[in-house]
Design a protein around this ligand. Structure first.
Ligand SMILES: Cc1ncc(C[n+]2csc(CCOP(=O)(O)OP(=O)(O)O)c2C)c(N)n1
Ligand SMILES: [Mg+2]
Length: 786
């Protein structure tokens, strides 16, 4: 790049630094919400990345590239989008304001085309890696897209997060030559200067995982000094100096700085810098490569040249670069004072009238911005998959069968659909076979970028690895599972190809990947995940494998629809409906609610369950009505008055349950009938949907000051006068709200302690889930009537 172009970029980066700083300043000093809560923002963290980001957007990226921006650099991103002309000026004073710019980059809420949401440190680094893995899959199956580079701009302390190393280590992410991570190596985290010199350890870790590592350590001034006779000593000393000592230099000047710099240094260093005047010493020894445009552009080019593995650039930077708080160990959340902002404004040649201006379109910098805006413009992407997911598959169950087994069979059946099957992609963290994906894998094969020879013959499981495979196998990392699912579910946007992603995981370990699960759904991703097996019903497996709080998690997660079917046909209908929603509403969904956006979490079991009671309900209600109710979240499996006409005037109780415990509930209903009590049995297929239906009517009532009605999803399955017993192989709390919704006494039964090994019957006894306990709970519920 010639000097003229460098000068133009330098002018742009100075404006970016000003705008990013002022955006945070305005949020804190130009607005007053009057609630006493600090607004905050990160001027120092932003300044640290100004040079690297200016170089990317104004000299390196293409329209097809996708970038994840470190959470605390969101002001820099918005400043750049503003200068490019992609963000309206009215947003600039509205960082952290409602409807304004989000504190951290958000795909779904920011107005200027954020590629990856970030905020929970570590996840934003890994996301582009899995997006690149997704692209590799998409290219292999649907033909190559225009080449994209997947870039992550990450803080150095983010490397402390374990999920980073899980992502780097997984074979599914190896060899991705279109990935570049840029580590903003400012040697500071939130609280402190990162102790010691970590770079060598990190370099080793990346290289061991097969990554290409680049260091951008020195700026031009330092590099030139090293070339002078004796410069070697200076270089060795700066390289060896602990971070803490180096950082302490930023606050110093003059002889004081010289003294601190030389503390512990060999004589040769003192001699070498003896002729550097005091006022030049600071700028010299703090001249780092992460603020040198040429050094950075050169590093980016080096990464482009390495196409067979991911690259990571360690860019040495200054936290607070160009600001009076530069390098201060306490600068993470520090804000410039209004006086400091004023001085900065003047130093950048701006006034209060011109401070928010874009670059003059007639100036070289403005012309550059205009050219880059055009070069980076993206074509619109199609979100929906143009296929129809059937309402039901051909899977039949004539004998007792578990939901986990049905899940596997439904997937195999859908994979046979010539139109739909090719969009299905499954993934699991080393639990594909134990979660019943073997049938799907036998049918479609395992994905590998190049065909792999199979060394063993297994007639039960054909583990054929090739670019045509539709299952992506991961190592045991539930974080990676949810990160990959999240990116597969965004392939429509980031890779121009909608997919139907399906993941499986042991239900207890959903919690292990929970932050990445949240990350995916917060980013607006759509996928299906099955947590299986679940609860204490996987009895002999014991307490370490028994999930009890996952139902509550599924119920409460925004952007996730939690589904827990008990019978084969209900699972078939619900899974087809969910995939239809993922496909983009192409399925004739029967949910009364507006189209759902997000993920579908199926909590399943390995317990074989007799299907006859469901067939009886089906005969009674008919498929059309029944399917609508099943998908809406609840249906009456047994209507006591129809099953036992002689109990027409008997006391009525309702037993509500989800999943594996339904056989005990049915037995309890029969025993209650023997005692002269009419017990309806309600199978709750989606606790989440009926909860939301209830909430919707309540909120409607609250907002319009009207009397809320009982929502349809509840009315068709429940009696709003009879007391309720809820029965769940999960924490009793998850269903306990039903009594409130219906306005009746409720006795919630569930698992509120850690489990242990045993048979299903033994454990159900231990946790009061056997029919006898359910009968007693029903009597208790009846006695609570007023
Ligand atoms: C998972 C998570 N834990 C903690 C935080 C709070 N936090 C925000 S930034 C930060 C330090 C980040 O340091 P670094 O990555 O080096 O960023 P920079 O120095 O560039 O600001 C911490 C602990 C967070 N955002 N996410
Ligand atoms: Mg840092």
């Amino acid at each position: 790049m010639n000097q003229h172009d460098l000068d133009v970029l330098d002018e742009i980066q100075r404006r970016v630094l000003w705008l990013a700083t002022r955006i945070v300043d305005a949020a804190n000093h130009d607005r007053d919400a009057g609630d006493g809560v600090k607004v905050g923002g990160h001027q120092a963290s932003s300044a640290s990345l100004v040079t690297a980001m200016t170089a990317l957007w104004f000299a390196h990226l293409d329209a097809a590239d996708r970038v994840s921006v470190k959470p605390h650099a969101s002001p820099v991103y918005h400043a750049i989008q503003y200068l490019l002309g992609n963000l309206d000026r009215s947003y600039l004073p509205r960082l952290r304001a409602r409807g304004g710019l989000q504190s951290y980059p958000s795909r779904t809420k920011d107005p200027d085309g954020v590629d990856f949401s970030t905020g929970s440190v570590g996840l934003g680094a890994a996301a582009p890696l899995f997006a690149a893995a997704t692209r590799r899959y998409v290219d292999a199956h649907f033909g190559p897209r225009p080449r994209s580079r997947f870039v992550a701009l990450i803080g150095d302390a983010e490397l402390d997060e374990g999920n980073i190393w899980e992502a780097v280590a997984d074979p599914a992410t190896t060899g991705l030559g279109n990935v570049m991570w840029l580590v903003d190596f400012n040697r500071q985290s939130l609280d402190r200067v990162v102790p010691g010199v970590r770079i060598n350890q990190w370099r080793g870790q990346f290289e061991a995982a097969g990554w290409h590592v680049v260091e951008v350590k020195y700026g031009r001034r330092l590099a030139a000094a090293y070339e002078r006779p004796g410069g070697e000593a200076l270089r060795n000393w700066i390289d060896a100096m602990p971070n803490e000592q180096y950082q302490s230099l930023f606050g110093l000047a003059g002889p004081e700085l010289r003294l601190q710099f030389l503390d512990g240094a060999p004589e040769a260093v003192a001699t070498f810098i003896a002729d550097v005047p005091d006022d030049e010493l600071g700028p010299l020894v703090t001249d780092l490569g992460g603020h040198d445009l040429t050094a950075l552009l050169d590093a980016y080019a080096q990464c482009d040249a390495v196409t067979d593995r991911p690259s990571v650039v360690f860019a040495y930077t200054v936290k607070g670069w160009g600001l009076p708080i530069a390098g201060n160990p306490r600068n993470h959340s520090a804000l410039l004072t209004p006086q400091q902002v004023e001085a900065l404004r003047a130093a950048h040649g701006l006034t209060e009238e011109t401070e928010w201006d874009r670059l003059d379109p007639a100036s070289p910098a403005g012309i550059r911005a205009g050219e880059r805006r055009e070069a980076l413009a993206r074509p619109p992407r199609e979100r929906a998959l143009g296929v129809t997911v059937p309402e039901t598959t051909k899977v039949r169950a004539n004998k007792p069968i578990s939901t986990q087994e049905v899940f596997g069979r439904v997937l195999v059946d859908l994979a046979r659909d010539p139109e739909l099957g090719r969009y299905l992609v499954t993934t699991a963290p080393d639990v594909a076979t134990s979660t019943n994906l073997a049938g799907f894998i036998n049918k479609t094969g395992v994905f590998a970028p190049t065909a792999q020879r199979s060394w063993t013959e297994d007639r039960m499981l054909r583990w054929t690895e090739s670019p045509a495979g539709q299952h992506i196998e991961l190592g045991i990392s539930e974080m990676n599972l949810f990160l990959l699912l999240g990116q597969l579910g965004l392939a429509w946007d980031l890779s121009g190809q909608p997919l139907l992603p399906v993941g499986t995981v042991y239900d207890p370990f959903v919690l292990r990947g929970l932050d990445a699960f949240l990350y995916g759904t917060y980013s607006g991703s759509r996928f299906v995940v099955a947590g299986t097996p679940s609860g204490i019903t996987l009895a002999p497996e014991g307490g370490a494998h028994q999930s009890t709080i996952t139902a509550s998690v599924g119920l409460e997660l925004p952007g996730v629809t939690f589904i827990e079917p008990a019978y084969a046909v209900t699972l078939d209908w619900l899974l087809c409906d969910a995939l239809g929603q993922v496909a983009g509403g192409a399925a004739p969904s029967v949910t009364a609610a507006p189209a759902e956006d997000g993920a579908y979490y199926f909590r399943l079991s390995t317990r074989p369950v007799d299907q006859a009671p469901f067939e009886a309900a089906r005969a009674r209600l008919g498929d059309a009505v029944l399917r609508r109710q099943v998908v809406a979240g609840a249906y009456r499996l047994v209507d006591a008055h129809q099953a036992y006409p002689h109990l027409a005037d008997a006391p009525v109780v309702q037993l509500a349950a989800s999943g594996a415990v339904l056989p005990e509930v049915l037995t309890a209903a029969a025993e209650l009938a023997d005692e002269g009590i009419a017990a309806h049995v309600v199978d709750i297929t989606s606790l989440d949907r009926i909860y939301r239906a209830w909430q919707r009517t309540l909120r409607q009532g609250v907002r319009t000051a009207t009397v809320p009605s009982v929502p349809g999803a509840l009315r068709s399955a429940f009696d709003d006068r009879a007391p309720v017993v809820t029965v769940h192989d999960a924490a009793s709390h998850a269903m306990a709200w039903l009594g409130s919704a219906l306005g009746v006494p409720t006795v919630p039964l569930g698992v509120d302690e850690f489990g242990q090994s045993g048979s299903v019957a033994e454990l159900y006894e231990l946790h009061d889930l056997l029919p006898g306990s359910i009968v007693n709970a029903a009597l208790a519920a009846l006695s609570l009537r007023r």
